[in-house]
Design a protein around this ligand. Structure first.
Ligand code: TTP
Length: 403
């Protein structure tokens, strides 16, 4: 089967993480979202041929990353923006194709069911809040009539799961697409047109599903993944370390004396934790992370090469790669009034749905000593924070913040 993964989005809602990495490259324990998707597709069909639609202006490492995953062709997205534009970048697909959005996280069963269905199919996911997604209008036999995007009156609570099986007929509808009100060429419009002339089955899926659009989704998918792993201690653990629950300590990682780890926790390759660190449940540290003396980390994802070496607290946060926190950098993750924490997403305040949420820090950020960061604050990649500052507003990419 030919499989197309759409990985050329801008990922603006996921800034500042997407200041330096495309959305499908968000970490999932020691891997990435797109790599995990490729793995579960290969389980459903080991002979899949992969085409990954990537942006023209992609980071240099992109091509090497995919060549490491073998038998993957990269296709540059053409001028047309949008998911339809992305698919139109493929030259020719003569039979059937499975299309997967690169920012979707789901269980293997969802992919498997799509592969097992004959003809055109769309994954339908049951959600509580269908008006935030593309709701699926269906006939009495459960076939698609229309995908209704973000409507206040959604026709059903089954929404587009971002996984399709499509016959080559879809390409004639994609060729005829016109720009949507948001100025993009939408695959969903082409699929609705296809449903007028051919049967498009809705494959219902009730498993875990997440469209990874916002920063806290990174915490949620890693939490889900951690809950599915058993203890595995491949790295080195010094004497006088206490480990509770399921903890993965990957090859080359070291946990130094006096440290307490409460699983589920993932310690990536080459990372060093301790001495005397306190790592609480649902923390993920990617490769070569350093967590030092008297540092407490709770339910956070910390990306590769980041250092939090002395006397810090980080809770409910997403910290990008190659960040350095000065001694005493503290993250607040709870408001005094204990209300839900809001975050600026594309210029609009959105609820994170969490009472406890810390910060989102882009790659290569440096904080001076004794910096405090208030809940829901975003710090852009390459920013520098002056010692002693209280960061009470979002910081732009590469800004020097003194406050
Ligand atoms: P979206 O989440 O709709 O768009 P986006 O990734 O640009 O995110 P944001 O709205 O935060 O800026 O995209 C769904 C999937 O389709 C996602 O995996 C990225 C992919 N995509 C492309 O490949 N090309 C495109 O032009 C667009 C818009 C999306």
């Amino acid at each position: 089967m030919k499989v197309v993964i759409l990985a050329a989005g801008k990922g603006e809602r996921l800034e500042p993480i997407t200041h330096t990495r495309p959305k499908p490259f968000v970490p999932v324990l020691g891997s990435t979202l797109v790599e995990r998707t490729i793995q579960i597709i290969r389980k459903a069909d080991p002979k899949s041929d992969f085409f990954i639609v990537v942006p023209k202006d992609r980071p240099n490492e992109y091509d090497a990353y995919f060549s490491r995953l073998h038998n993957i062709k990269l296709v540059e997205q053409g001028e047309k923006r949008g998911t339809g534009g992305a698919l139109s970048s493929l030259q020719s697909i003569d039979d059937e194709v499975v299309v997967v959005y690169g920012d979707v996280y789901l269980e293997e069963m969802g992919i498997r069911r799509i592969f097992e269905t004959d003809g055109n199919a769309i994954l339908g996911v049951r959600v509580q809040n269908p008006s935030e997604y593309g709701s699926l209008k269906m006939d009495s036999e459960g076939n698609l009539i229309e995908i209704v995007e973000k409507s206040p009156n959604p026709p059903s609570n089954i929404v587009n799961g971002g996984v399709y099986k499509l016959t080559s007929d879809i390409f004639s509808f994609i060729d005829k697409l016109e720009k949507s009100p948001r100025g993009e060429y939408e695959l969903t419009d082409a699929v609705t047109r296809l449903a007028l002339t051919s049967k498009v089955k809705i494959v219902k899926y009730d498993g875990y599903w997440k469209d990874v659009g916002r920063p806290w989704d990174i915490l949620d998918i890693n939490k889900h993944e951690l809950e599915r792993h058993e203890t595995s201690l491949k790295g080195e653990v010094e004497d006088n370390v206490k480990i509770y629950g399921n903890v993965i300590i990957d090859e080359g990682a070291k946990v130094l004396s006096g440290t307490r780890i409460e699983g589920p926790v993932y310690v990536g390759r080459g990372s060093t934790i301790g001495p005397n660190s306190y790592i609480r449940p649902f923390t993920v540290m990617a490769s070569n992370v350093k967590i030092g003396t008297s540092v407490e980390v709770k339910e956070s994802v910390i990306m590769e090469d980041t250092k939090i070496p002395h006397l810090s607290y980080v809770g409910d946060s997403v910290i990008g790669e190659d960040v350095n926190f000065g001694a005493g950098t503290l993250v607040a993750n709870l408001r005094f009034d204990e209300k839900e924490i809001y975050v600026n997403i594309k210029g609009r305040k959105e609820s994170s749905g969490r009472k406890k949420f810390g910060t989102i820090v882009g790659a290569h950020v440096r904080t001076g000593i004794n910096v405090s960061i208030l809940p829901g604050i975003k710090i852009g990649a390459y920013a520098k924070i002056y010692p002693g500052s209280v960061v009470d507003r979002d910081v732009d990419k590469a800004e020097f913040f003194k406050g």
